[in-house]
Design a protein around this ligand. Structure first.
Ligand code: SF4
Length: 410
């Protein structure tokens, strides 16, 4: 796993947690994770989606375990993935009856690399602590870590009511929203404390506290980070569809990462009908790479285009190269170690074309309006060729392939 962290802020210290061989926190690179949306009892579909997410770069994949049929399917899903050579750790997402499912399905308890517990719906009233404790004991027995995942859609109502009452008794120094934030933070911290008292070591506990507003997420995680050294899983819940979800998640998670907060991230995107689930992995990788924290795939720098561009050749070329890279990365990672450091530039005219191309490992400056119909290609900062004619795009793609082979092919 390559990774670097060049934030101007130092990274928050967190206790590292081993999730099926993937280190979360403890100074490890920020881990990308995702979640399936298949019925886990449907083994074929779930295996296919986990495999797709893992191949796209998800380093941990969470699956829903909501009933006996899905719990029974988990060990079979694990076996099928192992046979495919996909060793991505699987996390079981439990709500309401997780304690029963883990007790009744030892194969499931064993096959999962981590259990996610939601303290807001693990049980009600007097049953709550007992059922929470049973899951924690199961994690201790099987040597698994847990994520204590608070979500404000299913916040512990008894805790919230108590904090509201206390705030009122003190003359309401906090707003209702601030009380809500405090309840979310306390729910996570008190649950972690309880898990530790039962005997789960600190290096097997990850915390998350998901909300759906950007400013709420920043406020809650900033406080959580200040009051604990547990590894933190970041994610904006119900982020929304399309660009809204991407922008909201990137803004919220980006602000926290920039402050050194966050050890693993999930970008939750509401899938569009027929949409590709791996999109959330791609967005998470692009966020980390854009911010300079990790490198996953070569960067293709392309100008936005303007009135100086004569055709769509340069946009098509940039898109083809980007798609080519994404398609080939699973093979290239093995074949060309270090290829993720490659930077390609595809520029639309002479204004910024040669300059940007020189900054890249390999770049092309296509001719804009009124320019000589030639396209200089720069390799390692020097002009290496001038392409002309209708096959410029194909020739440049060939030059990129040759460059990769020469530089990374060993
Ligand atoms: Fe426009 Fe040229 Fe700048 Fe691209 S490089 S945005 S075509 S001026």
């Amino acid at each position: 796993m390559t990774g670097y962290y060049s934030s101007p802020f130092s990274r928050r210290h967190s206790v590292g947690v081993d999730v099926g061989g993937v280190l979360v926190g403890g100074g490890a690179p920020v881990v990308v994770q995702s979640m399936t949306n298949t019925d886990t009892a449907d083994i074929d579909q779930t295996v296919a989606q986990v495999a797709a997410l893992a191949r796209a770069g998800s380093e941990i994949v969470r699956i829903t375990v909501d009933r006996d049929e899905s719990a029974a399917a988990v060990p079979r899903i694990r076996e099928r993935l192992d046979r495919l050579g996909i060793d991505v750790p699987l996390v079981g997402d439990f709500h309401y009856i997780g304690h029963q499912l883990l007790a009744d399905h030892p194969g499931c308890a064993e096959a999962l690399a981590k259990y996610r517990i939601n303290p807001g719906n693990v049980g009600f009233k007097e049953k709550k602590d007992r059922q929470f404790g049973e899951i924690v004991e199961m994690a201790i027995r099987y040597g698994k870590p847990v994520r204590i995942g608070v979500n404000w859609g299913s916040l512990d109502q008894a805790l919230l009511t108590r904090l509201m009452d206390e705030n009122q008794e003190r003359g309401s120094p906090l707003t209702a929203v601030q009380v809500m934030h405090e309840a979310i933070v306390q729910s996570a911290l008190l649950s972690a404390e309880m898990a530790e008292q039962i005997g789960l070591p600190r290096d097997r506990i990850i915390l998350s506290a998901k909300v759906s507003g950007v400013q709420d997420l920043v406020a809650v995680y900033t406080e959580l980070a200040r009051r604990s050294d547990h590894s933190l899983h970041l994610g904006l819940t119900e982020a929304g569809m399309g660009s809204k979800g991407i922008v909201a998640s990137s803004a919220a998670i980006g602000i926290l990462l920039q402050q050194g907060i966050g050890d693993t991230i999930r970008i939750s995107l509401t899938p569009e009908p027929g949409g590709d689930r791996t999109r959330e992995v791609q967005v998470a990788q692009e966020l980390l790479q854009t911010m300079g924290f990790r490198q996953f795939v070569p960067i293709v720098a392309a100008c936005p285009g303007c009135g100086r561009t004569t055709s769509t050749v340069f946009q098509e070329l940039a898109q083809n190269i980007q798609e080519d890279i994404r398609r080939n990365m699973p093979v290239w990672r093995e074949k060309y170690p270090g290829v993720e450091e490659l930077k390609v530039a595809v520029m639309g005219c002479i204004v910024n074309g040669p300059g940007e191309s020189k900054h890249a490992d390999i770049g092309i400056s296509l001719p804009g309006t009124g320019e000589t119909p030639t396209a200089p290609v720069f390799i390692d900062g020097r002009k290496a060729a001038t392409l002309r004619g209708p096959a410029i795009a194909d020739e440049f793609q060939k030059m990129v392939a040759d460059y990769i082979e020469r530089r990374f092919g060993g």
